[in-house]
Design a protein. Structure first.
Length: 690
């Protein structure tokens, strides 16, 4: 950690020590004192304590980076209380965040009366609000969620669109934490709007998304009125309580909220949800054994009398919200208990929050998720279906971050040949461990969703927007030497363009571009056969589907990625070389996000060779770029134990969630231990040699 970062951390520690300084009004001082009074007879202290200030600072920076807002020097200054300036995009992102917030009407059993609340979407199909707003499945069946009931820039009131709730598809409620999670219909009551048009606010289970003395924003429908926002005067007073397990579920803040705001999202300056607002806190005292509540005129009345007064007569001193991390923990517990009856929508929500399986076309941990379509979605059609329904480009033309060829360009592509070596070597099977990172991207015109090019094939992960694996046939006897000309990279129109990482990631990065477009199928490997065939194969390798972010020193180093490839292939029988090479990134939940992409820290390669005697050999390798990526500013990356390793096929299968054929496994030349062999140099490689 740099000296500057340590200095920031020490300053932050000083700010925490002065939490109860003159910066807080007297009534907030009293409030803090009140909530710290403990009933030790009914609770037990949790087994943890808050992290040290340096750790808190590092986690806050990580959360800011993951939110999708970007990280700057001013974020650190604001976090330390030195500067309250905000970037202009704060307002723009706030407008997008507000789209996911709705007002909720719950009719009574007779349909003649009811009550108001606020809620917001936390997944493409799930809405969250307070338990005291929607207490049961029956109440949910009588409720309606109205999105877009707000005033536009000209002062015109828009009524928005009403959606029915569908608790039969998903419903979880908890009175103690005061939340209800419920499914919402995909189409509005009038059939004119899609729920996908409103996006959602992702719930993030990580801690330290906000700290005391920072500010929060509350988007709300008070008393069922037009959508409103409480901004910049909402200072966080206290977060949790490590000595009281009940109070540890909440955080407290000063804000302008009113009845009907129950269920509103409480958001930090990066528009991450830190809590769900559930109640306001009044000024109270115990006088001669009787609990009293203070009014705005200074008078004190007994609690029972105050319950009959209007809300604006009562003195409110703070608000209380249910912490996001606690809600996610409880949803996970309830979902697990339901077992066979568990909701698929709730399960998808949990998997997205944990980073196991991210919602399609979204960036992991990004807080404000918006619709990626600009035209209405036809009734009954999903967002992904709509994107695939769009007609492909009729010719080569640039899009944002790359070019696109017409579909006709790919006609006749046969791709990887599993019988190329004379022994059937099928593509590896994707196990549930691999598919936990995302589904296979659907490929137009295919049943198996395999992208076929000249002499190689690719299977894409739609969530990570990178290849699960690539497979290439190499014929050294027919190899054609083609020089590398000016690179032009293309999107592949056979899958959604949103599922491919284009030049927007690889270029125009402040401070210099960190990552190369690293070929997975090496450019030289498939360029064999007739001259035209080789040229087509060469061009085919320049697709964004065939690249992965590789730090430039890693990608260009003869001692790492390129060096390993060259060594393996040049140390095999050159006069009779037939080989198949499988390659891909290793996906991990801990992969850090850079510019909206989770960057793999490790890559793997399996080489299968047929020698002159028609004997099959295979070997597997893991190579790390972690030590390079670790130095990218503002990103916390895991430190792994691997650098360059040769491993067994079985070991690799366990790491990547792929299953190779029995022939590949039996042909493995590796004789080392179960953890693999560290490679100090090429001489350490066990390789099929003559």
């Amino acid at each position: 950690m740099s000296v500057k970062t340590v200095t920031y951390a020490l300053d932050f520690l000083d700010k925490l020590k002065h939490l109860r300084s003159q910066e807080l009004p007297t009534n907030q001082e009293t409030f803090l004192s009140n909530i710290e009074q403990r009933d030790t007879r009914s609770v037990k202290p949790p087994a943890y304590r808050r992290a040290d200030p340096v750790t808190i600072l590092s986690r806050r920076i990580e959360n800011i980076a993951a939110s999708g807002s970007g990280v700057s020097f001013f974020d650190l200054e604001r976090f330390l209380g030195r500067n309250d300036l905000l970037p202009v995009n704060f307002l723009q992102k706030g407008t997008l965040a507000a789209r996911a917030v709705c007002r909720i009407w719950i009719a009574d059993s007779f349909g003649s009366n009811g009550s108001w609340g606020t809620g917001f979407l936390v997944s493409p199909r799930l809405l969250i609000t307070n338990h005291h707003v929607i207490e049961s499945v029956d109440a949910a069946m009588r409720a309606s969620a109205q999105f877009g009931y707000e005033m536009d820039i000209s002062g015109k009131i828009h009524q928005g669109k009403a959606f029915a709730l569908t608790p039969e598809e998903g419903f979880i409620t908890d009175p103690e934490l005061d939340f209800t999670l419920v499914a919402v219909a995909e189409t509005s009551d009038d059939g004119e709007a899609q729920l996908a048009d409103y996006g959602f606010l992702r719930l993030d289970p990580t801690l330290h998304k906000v700290e005391p003395l920072e500010f929060v924003t509350v988007i709300q429908h008070p008393d069922g009125q037009l959508k409103q926002i409480a901004i910049r005067e909402n200072k966080v007073l206290k977060i949790g309580d490590h000595q009281d397990v009940l109070k540890d579920n909440f955080l407290w803040y000063a804000s302008d909220t009113a009845p009907g705001s129950s269920g509103s999202p409480v958001l930090n300056d990066n528009w991450q949800v830190v809590a769900i607002h559930h109640r306001s806190v009044v000024e109270t005292r115990t006088h001669e054994g009787v609990e009293e509540i203070q009014l705005t005129n200074g008078d004190w009345v007994v609690k029972e009398e105050a319950e009959n007064l209007s809300e604006n007569q009562i003195k409110w001193i703070a608000n209380e919200g249910v912490r996001t991390s606690k809600i996610l923990d409880q949803v996970n517990k309830i979902q697990t208990q339901q077992q066979g009856s568990a909701s698929q929508l709730v399960q998808a929500f949990l998997e997205d929050a944990k980073g196991i399986r991210i919602f399609p076309n979204t960036t992991p941990r990004e807080s404000v998720v918006t619709s990626t379509i600009t035209t209405p979605v036809p009734v009954g059609e999903t967002l992904i279906q709509t994107q695939r329904r769009r007609p492909p480009s009729s010719g080569t033309k640039p899009t944002s971050g790359g070019s696109v060829r017409p579909l006709s360009y790919y006609e006749g592509r046969k791709g990887y040949n599993p019988d190329f070596l004379g022994v059937p070597i099928p593509l590896p099977e994707l196990t549930p461990a691999a598919l936990a990172f995302g589904s296979v991207a659907q490929v137009e015109g295919t049943q198996d969703n395999i992208l076929r090019y000249t002499h190689f094939s690719i299977v894409m992960c739609e969530t990570r927007r990178l290849a699960f694996h690539t497979a290439v046939n190499i014929d050294g006897r027919q190899w054609v030497g083609l020089n590398r000309s000016d690179d032009q990279w293309f999107f592949d129109p056979r899958i959604s363009l949103e599922m491919q990482v284009g030049n927007d990631f690889y270029s125009n990065e402040p401070g210099g571009n960190f990552f190369d477009r690293g070929h997975l199928v090496r450019r030289e490997d498939p360029i064999w056969g007739q001259q035209n065939e080789a040229k087509t194969a060469n061009s085919d390798t320049f697709h964004f589907t065939n690249c992965s972010p590789q730090y430039f020193q890693f990608n260009q180093s003869q001692q790492l990625w390129q060096g390993l490839e060259n060594f393996i292939l040049t140390n095999t029988d050159q006069d009779d070389l037939l080989a198949t090479v499988f390659t891909g990134p290793i996906f991990q939940q801990t992969d850090a996000v850079h510019r909206g992409v989770q960057v793999p820290q490790f890559f793997w390669k399996v080489v299968v060779v047929l020698d002159k005697q028609r004997k099959l050999y295979s070997s597997a390798y893991v190579v790390s770029q972690e030590k390079f990526v670790r130095n990218i500013p503002f990103e916390l990356l895991p430190v792994g134990q691997f650098n360059n390793f040769q491993v067994s096929i079985t070991n690799l299968e366990n790491r990547i969630g792929l299953k190779f054929s029995d022939q590949v496994r039996k042909a493995d030349v590796f004789t080392g231990g179960s953890q693999g062999r560290g490679l100090r140099g090429f001489g350490d490689i066990e390789h099929p040699r003559r």
